[in-house]
Structures are given as structure tokens and as C-alpha cells.
Design a protein around this ligand. Structure first.
Ligand code: SF4
Length: 689
């Protein structure tokens, strides 16, 4: 028999077991080597793949799913491919992605970007635990890290104010920023402290507290040492907003081609990039701009007033009269531009320039006169209109709408975010994109990249035991619009009540919309304590309530704050009921999005623009039950459409395998009862014991 050999995961150098144990660092490339506990070494033929050495501190344990992830991601980076992984909760993908990249950092830097702060804390924890002497800095937004806490109308205005406060430090002219001034006066002390924060891998708020206690601006001080750190962690803006990225790269002292990128919760990236390319203007800003003309004189004031009047009367006041709440209409930017031409003598883009220039003057005047805030409403209106008239390609749609509070909003919305994502992902030294649910992977690839080549897609299995979950689909109910009858509502009610009667532990019932929730809620009879998602309901409140007993029911919506991005720890939620498929509201924007994607990906418009986001919201909601291998519970989907082959095949593989169809509330209750009886005498639910 051929003796087993061990392989360095980075350079592929081969070792005998004896050598591997003795030489903790690879002789060729210096990578730290360790044995997977219980793993099988590969043989000479190289036909086993689970025993590769992994860059880990001694005694550090990795799961099998992590090893698979590391192997796939490392190979992709090695071959210059973009890696996209759909790795369900429990895979340990944060650590795995770090282990794929960290051994390569001698010739690059790592930028980890995320959407929510909870993800940031997971990475910080892993980086600290790895104890590899990595220096890491993490930022949230500059405004959130600023101890001066200035209120500004927009983030851009805040940045302008910060710039002015820093500039004034030079002449000690009021107002100035004392935190920035101290950095200038005690540069070496600030630098020492900043490097210490980077070594300790502190969170942005810990860094901010530490630095501001000593009188320093954390953001500026940390920025000053970025050229010496290995890892930077920040929101998507740091990687994908061109202005912010270029300033970050300058501070890091590298080009994008020297940076490895880890994008967490990557399912958010297509929508994020579209938002980044979009812009909107509210009537409050236009009202502010009109008031501004009463305060700040200028030779062009009559023209400014004319432009604002056209915008106010012909767009905002008119929409106020015509649109109902939450109503949306398409608007032709050419028509609006012609209106400016007809009424004021210059076309839309020139009118935008007039407002923008006046806004510049207002800001300069405010700055000169020492105003606390130096923003200008007219500057903002002008900037928006420039965007509105400029972005007229087929990737954009122009809209006027009323929100739920009845406010009129003028918008230019992007239909395609690839202009933002493609160059970053392609130019980076290596990119890993991952999420608990990034499926279908080929759809997400197409939504982020122009070309299909050079991308490795990998869906990982759920590492949680299948016997701990029951997935049911009701075959006799549907949220299809034409089937929304009184009888259907009645049937849904029966299903919900049946689940509430038999499930052990807390239940969450998530609806497709607040409307549907409030229609059904008054008719649901239950002994359980009812918690209803409201705009002001806080997550902590709900978790505390669910932790107090197993006899609660939470009512909320899919895509809402209780069905996504929230962890229900210690199995405090043992059942999710999804009432219907959460398709986006059918409106002019949805239609435009579908027809745009139909042009880009013939015949796939509905899948890309409509079905994929709905499945994502559904799976996110259902994913609240199983957060650790020990969690047990049921998932009930009350919409027969989920069993249709073309929809079912978009679900995670384990859903497709395990989902059972029930045809009545009674059968649904029997299945749930039998599921829990399977654990009798060994109840998983803490508070029921
Ligand atoms: S320099 Fe720092 S502390 Fe001063 S205003 Fe800007 S962010 Fe705030």
C-alpha cells in the first residue's frame, strides 16, 4: 500500500506524515500546516481530497464543509477565477473564506465587505481567534465613527462639513475639529494608538471609543495607518462606490489588482449596485430649495426661481393631485426637459446646471459666514436633475411616485448594477462572493458580471442533520392573485391555526405583505401570546419575548426585519409558516425590470427579475428556524406554486429533496405532530423541558 502523503494547501509541496508533523511551516512557501482532526490523508494517486493541510493555528478545528469551501475557493483564486459559493447556515463560510485568502497575503491585501454589522463582528472574532499577527482595521461610515456627531441632510453634506472642519484646523478658524487638530499636533501618539487598535483587531466602535477618549478622530487616525495593515473590513461602499474605493485604495497604498475581495451576503449585491446607480429627490428637498432662494441673493436668482417653480408645479404638485398612496408612474425625462425649454428657454440639463451653480454659491456663502452647516438644497436638486437627465440609457427608468406616507418622490432607478460590480470583481486580485443562499448561482453570476467565463460556482449542502427538520408545502392553497378569494383566506386561517395548535415551541408566521397580514390576523384564533411586527417593534423585544416561553406566535412579513438578518438563538423559534410566495409588487418598475432582463437574457426576464428575489425572501424567512446543528423545527409553505417543477428547482437542493406536500390543514398538523413525537423524551426545546 502506498504510504499516505500530506500536501501544502498553498504551493502543493508534498510531505510524509512524519515531515508534516515536524515542519509546521511549509519549507517552500512558509504556509502554516496542520492536520485536519480525523481527516484521511491523500495517497500517492491523489484520489482523496479531505486531508489537505490547512493554514491554521495548532489545535484549531475546521469542519468538513469548511475544508470543501477552502479547497474550492483556493483553487479558484489560484486559477484566477471569481469564486461564488452558496453555503447554507452552519457551513462556517466566514472562517473558510479567511483561510482561503490569508495564506496569500504576502503579495496583497484583503478587503472584506459586508452589508450588515453583525457579519463584521463574525469576521473580527475569527481574525482575533486565528492569532496570526494579522493587522486589521474595520470601518463603518465616517459619520457613525465621528465623535462630533453633526446632523447633516445627506452623507455627502456631512463629508463636506468634515472637510471644512479639518481645513479650518490649519488656521485655527472656528468652527474646526479638535479631534483632527490633535492628530496633527500629536501625530506619533495617534499613530501608535492606531497601530495598537489594528493589532488588537478592534471593532469600529471600540476603536472610536479608545481614540476619542484620547482626543483623536478614530477615522482619520486609522486611515493614516492603513498602508501598514493586511486586512480592511467595511461596508459594500468601500469596495463598490468608485469615489470611496479610490480613496480607500490610496490610503491602503495599493491598486485594486493587489486586493483580494471577500463579499459576504452577496445576494444583496445586485440590488445594492442598482441602488448605488439610482437617485431620488423628495418634495421636502424642493421645498427647502425654494425657501433657500428667499435667504441667499444671487444674480441668477430669477432663473433659479423659474426652474424650481416648473419642477414644483409640473412634477410635484401635479403628482400630489394625480397619484394615490404608494402609487408609481413612469415619466419621460425628454418631456420634462422639453417643458423647461418651452417655459424657461433652456433644456433640462442646462436648468440643472443653473440650480447646481446657485447651490455652490450658497454653500460657499454659508462657509464664508461661518454657518454651522454648509449644505445647500439647490445644490442637491441640481445634482439630482443632472443625474436624471444624464442617465437615459435603456438601463435606467424614470419614475414619479408617492410613498406610503403620501410624500411625492422623483426618481431615476437603475435596472442593471453590473456597471458597478463587474469591473471591481474582475480587476481584484481574487474575489470570493458568498451567501447562505445564492441560488440559482448562474442567475447571480449574470446579475453581477457581463461575461460568464472565469467564474467558479459552487453550491454547498446544508451541514445540519436532515432529521432535525420537516419541510411541508400545502398543495391546496395559493397566493396567486386570481385565487385570493374569501375561501382561500379561510383555508390559510385553518392552516395557521392547525400549526399553532400542534407545534412545540414558538412559531413565526410570515406573510407576503402587511395588507395580507392585517386582513388575516383578526380571524386567527390562538391561545398563544401574539407578537405583531410593527414599524417600531425592536428585535431585542421580540427575542426577549420568544426566550421567555415557547408559547408565542410572531406575525410578520417576508423581506421584513424579523424574517431576514436576524438570528433566533438556542432554537427559540421552532416553526416558520410562509403564507404565499413573496413576489414583488406588480408595477411599472417590475414590468420594466422584467422586460430589460428579457432583452439581456432572452426568455429569462421573469426568472431574473421576479422569481429569484421572491425565492430569496422565502428561503431567508424559512432559514430562521435552523441556526445550529442542534436546532429542530418545521417549515410550512402555504402556496402550492412552490411544488411546480419550474419553481421547485430554484430552491436549495435539500428543500427539493425533503419537501413533502400536504393537502389539508389536518394532514399538515399530523405531520408536525409526528415530527415532534420522533423526539419524545428528548425535547429539543429548552423551555418545554
Ligand atoms: S475629522 Fe473626524 S472627528 Fe472631525 S468631523 Fe471629521 S470625522 Fe468627525
Amino acid at each position: 500500500m502506498t504510504p499516505p502523503i500530506y500536501v501544502c494547501p498553498r504551493c502543493g509541496r508534498r510531505y510524509s506524515l512524519q515531515e508534516y508533523r515536524e515542519d509546521r511551516f511549509c519549507r517552500r512557501c512558509g504556509t502554516y500546516l496542520t492536520l485536519e482532526r480525523g481527516g484521511t490523508p491523500i495517497n500517492e494517486a491523489g484520489d482523496e481530497e479531505s486531508s489537505q493541510g490547512v493554514w491554521l493555528p495548532e489545535g484549531y478545528e475546521v469542519r468538513r464543509s469548511q475544508l470543501e469551501f477552502i479547497k474550492e475557493a483556493s483553487e479558484a483564486l489560484e486559477e484566477g477565477e471569481i469564486f461564488m459559493g452558496s453555503a447554507p447556515c452552519g457551513t462556517g463560510k466566514s472562517l473558510a473564506s479567511l483561510l482561503a485568502v490569508l495564506p496569500r497575503l504576502d503579495d496583497g491585501k484583503l478587503l472584506i465587505c459586508f452589508r450588515t454589522r453583525s457579519q463584521l463582528h463574525i469576521y473580527l472574532k475569527e481574525l482575533r481567534a486565528l492569532k496570526r499577527g494579522v493587522m486589521a482595521v474595520s470601518f463603518i461610515s465616517k459619520r457613525d465613527m465621528c465623535p462630533m456627531k453633526k446632523a447633516s441632510s445627506t452623507y455627502f453634506d456631512f463629508l463636506e462639513e468634515c472637510r471644512r472642519l479639518r481645513r479650518n484646523c490649519e488656521f485655527l478658524r472656528e468652527p474646526y475639529c479638535r479631534y483632527f487638530l490633535k492628530i496633527q499636533r500629536r501625530r506619533r501618539e495617534a499613530e501608535r494608538l492606531a497601530l495598537d487598535c489594528a493589532k488588537r483587531i478592534l471593532s469600529p466602535l471600540e476603536t472610536m471609543r479608545r481614540m476619542s477618549r484620547r482626543g483623536f478622530c478614530a477615522y482619520e487616525a486609522m486611515k493614516g495607518v492603513l498602508d501598514r495593515v493586511d486586512v480592511f473590513l467595511g461596508t459594500y461602499h468601500y469596495a463598490f462606490d468608485p469615489r470611496i474605493r479610490s480613496s480607500l485604495l490610496k490610503s491602503l497604498g495599493v491598486d485594486l489588482s493587489d486586493v483580494y475581495l471577500i463579499v459576504d451576503e452577496a445576494h444583496n449585491l445586485p440590488a445594492f449596485s442598482r441602488e448605488l446607480l439610482s437617485d431620488q429627490l423628495t418634495e421636502t428637498t424642493v421645498e427647502g430649495a425654494i425657501k433657500e432662494t428667499e435667504v441667499f441673493e444671487h444674480e441668477d436668482l430669477p432663473s433659479v426661481k423659474d426652474c424650481l417653480e416648473i419642477l414644483d408645479e409640473e412634477v410635484f404638485k401635479r403628482a400630489e393631485r394625480i397619484l394615490g398612496k404608494d402609487d408609481l408612474r413612469r415619466l419621460n425625462p425628454g418631456d420634462l426637459s422639453d417643458l423647461f425649454l418651452e417655459r424657461y428657454g433652456v433644456a433640462g440639463p442646462e436648468a440643472a446646471e443653473v440650480l447646481h451653480e446657485y447651490g455652490e454659491e450658497v454653500r460657499e456663502t454659508r462657509d464664508r459666514l461661518g454657518y454651522e452647516r454648509i449644505f445647500s438644497y439647490n445644490h442637491r436638486v441640481g445634482e439630482f436633475l443632472l443625474n436624471f437627465f444624464e442617465k437615459r440609457a435603456e438601463e435606467y427608468i424614470h419614475l414619479v411616485r408617492k410613498d406610503l406616507r403620501g410624500r411625492v418622490i422623483l426618481e431615476v432607478r437603475s435596472l442593471d448594477g453590473r456597471e458597478i460590480t463587474d469591473p471591481v470583481l474582475r480587476q481584484a486580485k481574487g474575489s470570493i462572493l458568498m451567501s447562505g443562499f445564492l441560488s440559482p448561482l448562474n442567475v447571480y453570476r449574470d446579475l453581477m458580471l457581463y461575461q460568464r467565463v472565469g467564474v467558479r460556482l459552487r453550491e454547498f449542502e446544508s451541514p445540519f442533520p436532515p432529521e432535525n427538520r420537516l419541510i411541508l408545502a400545502a398543495g391546496d392553497v395559493s397566493s396567486r392573485f386570481e385565487r385570493r378569494t374569501e375561501e382561500m383566506l379561510e383555508r390559510w386561517r385553518e392552516y395557521i391555526e392547525a400549526v399553532l395548535r400542534v407545534n412545540k415551541g414558538n412559531v413565526a408566521v410570515f406573510f407576503t405583505s402587511y395588507d395580507l397580514m392585517h386582513t388575516l390576523l383578526p380571524h386567527v384564533r390562538t391561545e398563544r401570546k401574539v407578537v405583531v411586527e410593527q414599524p417600531k417593534t425592536r428585535r431585542r423585544q421580540v427575542i426577549d419575548q420568544l426566550e421567555s416561553s415557547g408559547n408565542n406566535v410572531l406575525f410578520g412579513v417576508m423581506g421584513g426585519k424579523f424574517s431576514e438578518g436576524v438570528d433566533y438563538p438556542n432554537n427559540i423559534l421552532t416553526c416558520v409558516v410562509a403564507v404565499g410566495l413573496p413576489y414583488a409588487t406588480w408595477n411599472v418598475y417590475q414590468r420594466a425590470l422584467i422586460s430589460y432582463y428579457n432583452r439581456q437574457f432572452p426568455g429569462k426576464g421573469r426568472l431574473y427579475a421576479y422569481l429569484t428575489p421572491a425565492i430569496l425572501r422565502l428561503i431567508q424567512a424559512c432559514g430562521r428556524v435552523h441556526r445550529s446543528p442542534a436546532d429542530k423545527g418545521c417549515i410550512v409553505i402555504l402556496d402550492e406554486r412552490i411544488t411546480h417543477p419550474n419553481i421547485k428547482k430554484q430552491l436549495p437542493r435539500y428543500f427539493q429533496r425533503e419537501m413533502k406536500t400536504v393537502m389539508s390543514p389536518r394532514e399538515c398538523a399530523q405531520q408536525i405532530k409526528a415530527f415532534w413525537e420522533g423526539f419524545s423524551g428528548n425535547s429539543p426545546v429548552r423551555y418545554l423541558e
